[in-house]
Design a protein. Structure first.
Lengths: 299, 299
DNA sequence: AGAGGTTACGGGCAGCGTAAGGATC
DNA sequence: GATCCTTACGCTGCCCGTAACCTCT
């Protein structure tokens, strides 16, 4: 009869997923269970909160009003847990978006640290390019994200997080003078991040500025793939130093010293989240991420 | 595992009752059920919230911190209900303290009106003198109260509510000149409110000022009793006009016209509640009470 | 001994998952 | 016909109430 926190979590999940069945998956239950919980909530309030058409789920005016209360109640529950509970017992979900580079750096450390501090908290991880992640974040489908450069939305908070120097890398056998110029490098295929990303944009500008028209770029979304391609002799690549240290030490890759004009800016990452986040866990995750990034930097 | 609104309501009830068994009675359940709910809450948080000695229940530091969250969550649930739900479905409890005079005036109207507007809301009524009610209110054991004169606590909000003229009343057979002086009245027993109440204090001052030392006062907490005493010929009494209109019309009582010096101030009632009330229903009850009082005044 | 909180235990019912049913594209 | 929400139904497990127990005054 009365409103119940379970129902509220379900309601929030449905609203955020815009679908009963997706919400059910996310809540680790079945779709009928979600359906019944929403029905119970609606009966308890005596008002319909969600309008279900066959293709979409939308909020009724009452639903929109209730959403605000629901979010505040869920946030309050979590705040209370964080303030009082044994960290072991804190529950909740953090939806985190990350760029692949971070995955290869310290994300495993963060995941481990978080699951140590908050074993009962679930992490919903989305790995994608900065652009895609950014859109999810702006659409409030993520609670926070680690991505390149600040997000210039007014409602978003950005913190500098970490930065990774890029080094030019080539197969050991490649014929390259040192220091190499952009022109030298452009004799080979250049393997880089996908088209719209910040480093690739910077690189194409540099190539244009140097008057190089016929550069052959290979854009890939996968950092691991890029490294593999260089190791296989496909071409040269600017890569985050930490990803290739081991391969260079082992002689599988060669670090190419370049002229200042060919140096790329380090990849600067920020942690970004909505200013009015109602997920009290976000603060903890941010703090933990800053620590992990700092530890990683020192190594 | 997770915190549940049922547990929170139970926690709040236990804290407010300072007892598991009293809370159980108030929640219409059994004492073991309360015990288990509190245990579940504590296990869920991994912290003990309540310290139980054999004679008293007190809050641990964590409990005190949690109390704040619990109150906010309960308030939020109720706000959401008030904002969205069918009024029929709004649940909750309002703890109301009233002076007896109000009971005889329009309290039945208020109760009826409230149970019409919010059939699922429970009213916990305490009828006592203004002084006793005031203490309960200050101790936050009441959500609001209708009592005489403003409560001068800093955290309390007072609204003028209604005022009842007092008329001197006597048994019809009594020998009294008109207009009667205080001295005339004081030849008989004067039946009045209990010692510490505002009208009785005013009356004793008036008697002192008139140099009357040997007045025989009968102080009683019950207005109905007082009326009965006058009807039975025990003495005279200042009574709220509305309570004796019918008896006067029927000839069972006589209204005594008195000189200006013997007139008593009307009984002024205010509605008082804590400024930071977390019970969203209080506002509705206040509004409803003001309406009922106004309607009553017009009759 | 009595008041009040805890533990033990059996039963009822809420809520779940499976499966079938409808509606819309 | 595919997708997605709803309804039906049997079952499990949780929570409740009764009752016995413990502890402190």
């Amino acid at each position: 009869m009365a409103v119940d926190l379970d129902q509220i979590e379900t309601f929030l999940a449905v609203v955020s997923a815009r679908s009963f069945s997706k919400a059910a998956r996310r809540l680790n239950t079945t779709q009928p269970a979600v359906s019944l919980r929403i029905q119970a909530l609606e009966t308890g309030l005596g008002k319909r909160l969600l309008e279900r058409t066959t293709r979409d789920v939308s909020l009724t005016p009452e639903g929109r009003a209730f959403l605000d209360y629901a979010e505040r109640m869920a946030a309050l529950r979590q705040e209370a847990q964080l303030a009082i509970a044994d960290p072991d017992r804190v529950t909740g979900t953090v939806r985190l978006g990350v760029s692949e580079t971070v995955v290869h750096a310290w994300l495993p450390d963060l995941i481990e640290e978080l699951s140590r501090r908050f074993p009962a908290v679930e992490l919903e991880l989305t790995v994608d390019t900065t652009a895609a992640t950014r859109d999810l974040l702006v659409g409030r489908e993520l609670d926070l994200a680690f991505l390149m450069g600040p997000v210039a939305e007014p409602e978003m908070v950005n913190h500098p997080l970490c930065s990774f120097p890029l080094v030019w890398t080539a197969p050991p056998a490649l014929d390259l003078p040192e220091p190499a110029t952009l022109k030298d490098l452009a004799r080979y295929r250049i393997i880089t991040y996908s088209r719209r990303t910040r480093p690739t944009v910077a690189l194409t500008r540099m190539l244009q500025a140097a008057g190089i028209r016929d550069a052959r770029l290979i854009a890939s979304t996968s950092l691991a793939t890029n490294i593999r391609l260089v190791e296989s002799g496909v071409g040269v690549a600017p890569l985050p130093a930490f990803t290739v240290e081991e391969a260079i030490a082992a002689g599988r890759l060669r670090r190419v010293i370049v002229v200042p004009d060919a140096e790329l800016e380090p990849l600067a990452f920020t942690v970004t989240h909505p200013a009015a986040t109602r997920n009290a866990l976000v603060g903890r995750v941010v703090a933990c991420a800053l620590e992990c990034a700092a530890v990683f930097d020192k190594k």
